[in-house]
Ligand binder design. Sequence first.
Ligand code: AMP
Ligand code: ZN
Length: 148
Amino acid sequence: MSVEPTDEDCIFCRIVAGEIPSRTVHETENVLAFLDANPLAPGHTLVIPKAHHETLADTPEELASEVFSVLYGLTPIVEETIDADASNVAFNNGEAAGQEIPHLHGHVIPRFEDDGGNPIHAIVGSRPDLSDDELDDIAERISANHQT
Ligand code: AMP
Ligand code: ZN
């Protein structure tokens, strides 16, 4: 690989550039998938765009689609290889959501019936108590914004 790092200070850009080693499991022209160096489960894999973009909103749609396409193809292969029962596929999308490395990455985390882990519902400390009117209002506002 001879891609120049987009951001010299970014660990994942430096992995893309070959300056930091990674256990690559899949590569396309614009996307790289490699094992997480501090895995939550065997086979924990990260899928990144090679170009530096911090969040989904920062990433061009076509490139984000390529990341999702690799996630789609790789997830069942990771599960099968590790003999997992399931997986969580998720993005920490922004610092407030727990993103520590500001280069977009999707996690594939293999799961097992008896692994003692939690579902994605456990990522927030407490649920908001929203009335039906508030839920209706939120749905209307998101829908309206999506159409603009
Ligand atoms: P996040 O909290 O979503 O930003 O996750 C960052 C992930 O990157 C963590 O799961 C780390 O274990 C992982 N990580 C950090 N440095 C490396 C590296 N050099 N190679 C592979 N994975 C890494
Ligand atoms: Zn980067």
